[in-house]
Design a protein around this ligand. Sequence first.
Ligand SMILES: Nc1ncnc2c1ncn2[C@@H]1O[C@H](COP(=O)(O)OP(=O)(O)OP(=O)(O)O)[C@@H](O)[C@H]1O
Length: 631
Amino acid sequence: MSTQVETAEFQAEAQKLLQLMVHAIYSNKDTFLRELISNASDAIDKLRLASYQDKDLQVDTDDLHILIEPDQEQRTLTIRDNGIGMSKDEVRDLIGTIAKSGTAELLQELKDTSDGAAAQELIGQFGLGFYSSFMVADKVTLLTRKAGEDTATRWESSGEGTYTIETVDEAPQGTAVTLHLKAEDQEDRLLDYADTRTLTQIVKKHSDFIAWPIRMEVDKPGEDGESTRELDTINSMKALWARPKGEVEQSEYNEFYKHVAHDWNDPLETIHLRAEGTFEYQALLFIPATAPFDLFSRDQKRGAQLYVKRVFIMDDCEELMPEYLRFVKGVVDAQDLSLNVSREILQQDRRIQMVRRRLVKKILTTVQELQSGDAERYKTFWENFGQAVKEGIVGDPDNSELILDISSFESTRDESEKTTLRQYIERMPEDQDAIYYITGNSRSKIENSPHIEAFRDKGLEVLLLSDPIDEMWVESVPEFEGKKFQSITKGEVDLDEDSEQDAQQKEDFAGVLTWMSTALSDDVKEVRLSSRLSSSPACIVGDNHDMTPTLEKMYRAMGQQVPRVKRILEINPTHPLVSGLRSSFDENGEGEDLTETAQLVYGMALLAEGGELRDPAQFTSLLANRLAKTL
Ligand SMILES: Nc1ncnc2c1ncn2[C@@H]1O[C@H](COP(=O)(O)OP(=O)(O)OP(=O)(O)O)[C@@H](O)[C@H]1O
């Protein structure tokens, strides 16, 4: 067998992340061991599953374990597992590159931040798995043989841009990662990772719950006072989710979370539940403290890990979690499923649907409790995951009321504080019968939109809905707690109390309105007087069931055919431009100049709401000509 050594380069992004590790940006160096043990444990889970699914696979699964081998003299530390191993191509793909989405954004953010603590938090959020070995080692050697293959692969790197890779004839099945340790440096929080006591402490702290034995030779005091070296299992291996809730420390939950979620930070919330009766299961779920970089990418995975009677069955079990809760991590261990259950079977299984319903309810009510009991943590939750959770208002009709209840929204009342719907309703004046809202692309755009003027003048609060998903749910939900949602850019709004004056104005403007409706008929279906404006001359509104321009644009962007919706131009009778337009029409009748003024009024209204002109060049030329006349 040829054992030619190839030298290859890390992918550019991997190189940059490695540099961060080599130059020790992350202060909690002990985490490397948790990462390597976590990978080893995953590899054993995979082997166990593969041997179960493929009876012809020639592997020995009798004594699956992880072995820690420190060598004080050589200053090395080896983490060895007899799990699934990797093929040569897998080593290249999995170790030489970083396929995680969000890497580019992470690197950009790291470049932009000069604050060490912020950089650490970013790294912590991203997790660096295998690469974290380079925090404590100046050279790493990996020897691996994939289950069922004859030859093995040896990989080595000092983390400086290149690595070597070669095929070797012999190696035990599984993976051994050998770290050539950096010198101990207490100041830099670099401990002696060849010391068995240090290693034992780290394993107990970070990896105690790992389901496979983690073994290491340790010194044991003998009867004659002499100590002897003995192979010991240093983790308790107790599945955390199977232990009674009251007996598990939060620190244990936190460590377990870091293992399942590949996160380096503590979770925001822990949910531990057990169901007994016809279908028994235990669930241990976590809400992370920060949203992952890829929360809104299409390939974002979702779902808890599924175990059956303590045996790992699959990662990302989608059947257990709806898409809008894709950020929830954890484990569900069911007692009464078959070990060879497949995704197809799970999709059909009504018991799994029942579990999912219960988990969803539990997660949502946990957030509800947070909302009423811990404002700061609720705020963190909502800032990170609110946008995703709101997808459930449309996607999960059974829970839409509950989701609305735990949601909070920006409003005209306070720039820095969001409001819940319940709080909004409590503040509503007695005669207000609807929840007013406006949708659009950004807070700044909608908050200065002319539609809001009269609401602001009258002290009426308006919700400012600027997430793309808001456009969707607000169309589909009729009401909350008996109050219907009313867009302030749609339908007729009557905020003026003086009906006598109204009637007079209607009469005065009747002629000019009819003429304007015809003059602008290519763009609008009607021109009418407004009671929602106080300082702007005009605004554009829709009928109650019309699609908003933002929604129209969203559908077009998704490639759907949508007819162009003509909306309504509302003009402000008290604005000098509008009253002047009317007197000019009354005195001189229609004319080219007046038509141009009407077009300008329409164009301005469109721009004021952040809309796009159909013919911007024509609009600017009209405006330029008009301005020239004033000079
Ligand atoms: N001991 C191992 N045995 C088999 N495969 C392994 C082992 N260690 C790593 N791998 C493979 O290499 C991949 C990359 O590992 P790495 O630790 O860099 O990232 P990860 O575990 O996928 O995610 P994270 O960076 O969030 O920890 C793993 O997903 C796994 O497929």
